[in-house]
Write a protein that binds this ligand. Structure first.
Ligand SMILES: [Zn+2]
Length: 409
């Protein structure tokens, strides 16, 4: 068996790349890549391709995504175009195949006030997407460069596939078919979502889905003939309360109505109201089918007295469950952490990511190999810069051990 010192020169090389990693995360975070900002995503994709050229991938593909179907503020079904994904593959005929994945999009739209990075402390960089997930793209690149240096000198029979998708922040509606393809032909998955704020990695994740309710009533003049009106806003308000009651019936189930719209002139009984909500469900205790059934029954109960209610959407990310293969993978990653002097722990979270979908498709995966940082989804998002090399070494060591057969999967 090899000793960890055999890998040391390669790991030390990653340390030497710290300034480059800082520069890359800064440049990439300064490019706005909100999910619907297609020009920004294209710009980022080009910047990434320039850097990933160092890996000498055997194939580079630009993946076209089907548009996202959604309900607009008039209650009509519309399609929103999505950016292109990027896929790189190398040594596809090798015995072991690793899938590496992370998203290029962020939650900060083109007109967000949060556009640029700021070094707030020597080791703390604030900026849009520095943790989620541009730091993760940098870590993935460094770990792969390290693996390629190792393979060149040590020889190995390991291949890899990289997928960078542009729509993860809205639940990967267009890239999910590519994720499923990759889940089928690889042996394990490494995803670079940020670690939890205390540096822990993620074990289980809740499932998640987004829904839209369209309520149609009948308009009337609020002063002249209010008795003829059927207020869609009143009906929607009752539905919102009923949804919150429903979530209390099942431990671990949460329903968050995050957006409501509708109505118009104040002297008019509103005939249209739209509510959008997110559902999170635990790994055990309540099934997706039960949640769907309850939602449909609840909505159907409001279809009365000339009020018409439609429910759109569904659970798109099943809960991520830790099975035996996943546990074995977690133990191997922890061992790599020990070798590097990191005491890694794993904790469950309510957050979802593409790891949910991949695990449900049968691919064991660790999905929080990205940097340490905090305050994601806020204008205070930051990353600890030294965690870029720390976590790149973790993934690199694990892949080098796979390459030598020291760990088997
Ligand atoms: Zn993310």
């Amino acid at each position: 068996m090899r000793r960890v010192t055999d890998y040391t020169p390669y790991l030390t090389w990653i340390d030497s790349q710290q300034p480059r990693m800082t520069s890359l995360v800064t440049r990439w975070a300064n490019i706005n890549s909100g999910t619907y900002h297609l020009a920004g995503l294209h710009h980022l994709s080009q910047a990434i391709q320039l850097e990933f050229a160092s890996l000498h991938a055997e194939s580079i593909e630009h993946l076209q995504l089907s548009p996202q179907k959604r309900i607009d503020s008039q209650g009509k079904a519309v399609e929103a175009p999505l950016g292109d994904g990027l896929r790189f593959r190398k040594r596809t005929d090798a015995a072991r195949q690793i899938f590496l994945c992370i998203h290029m999009d962020t939650v900060y739209p083109q007109d967000s006030l949060f556009q640029q990075t700021t070094l707030i402390e020597p080791n703390k960089l604030r900026g849009p997407g520095v943790s989620d997930a541009k730091g993760g793209i940098v870590i993935m690149l460094m770990a792969l460069e390290c693996l390629e240096r190792f393979v060149t000198t040590a020889g190995a029979n390991v291949g890899w596939e990289v997928l960078l998708n542009p729509d993860e922040e809205i639940g990967s509606p267009g890239s999910s078919r590519y994720l499923l393809e990759s889940a089928k032909r690889n042996h394990l998955g490494l995803l670079f979502e940020p670690a939890l704020p205390d540096g822990s990695l993620v074990s289980e994740r809740k499932g998640s889905g987004n829904f839209t309710i369209v309520v149609r009533g009948r308009s009337a003049h609020a002063g002249r003939n209010p008795q003829d009106g059927r207020s869609a806003i009143v009906a929607l308000s009752q539905i919102v309360l009923a949804l919150h009651d429903l979530s209390r019936q099942f431990p671990g189930l949460t329903i968050n109505v995050g957006q409501v719209e509708g109505g118009g002139a104040l002297n008019m009984v509103p005939d249209l109201a739209i509510g959008r909500f997110n559902v999170r469900l635990p790994a055990a205790g309540v099934s997706q089918a039960t949640v769907h059934e309850h939602l449909e029954r609840l909505i159907a109960g409001f279809n009365r007295d000339e009020i018409r209610v439609e429910l759109h959407g569904g659970i798109t990310s099943p809960p991520k469950v830790v099975d035996e293969r996943m546990r074995a993978l977690m133990e191997q990653i922890s061992q790599c952490g020990n070798d590097l002097g990191l005491k890694l722990s794993f904790r469950p979270t309510g957050g979802t990511c593409d790891g949910n979908r991949l695990a449900a498709a049968g691919l064991p995966c660790i999905d929080s190999l990205g940097p340490r940082g905090d305050r994601i989804y806020s204008p205070e998002e930051f990353v600890y810069l030294d965690s870029l090399s720390e976590r790149a070494k973790l993934t690199a060591l694990f892949m080098m051990k796979l390459a030598t057969g020291e760990v088997n999967f």
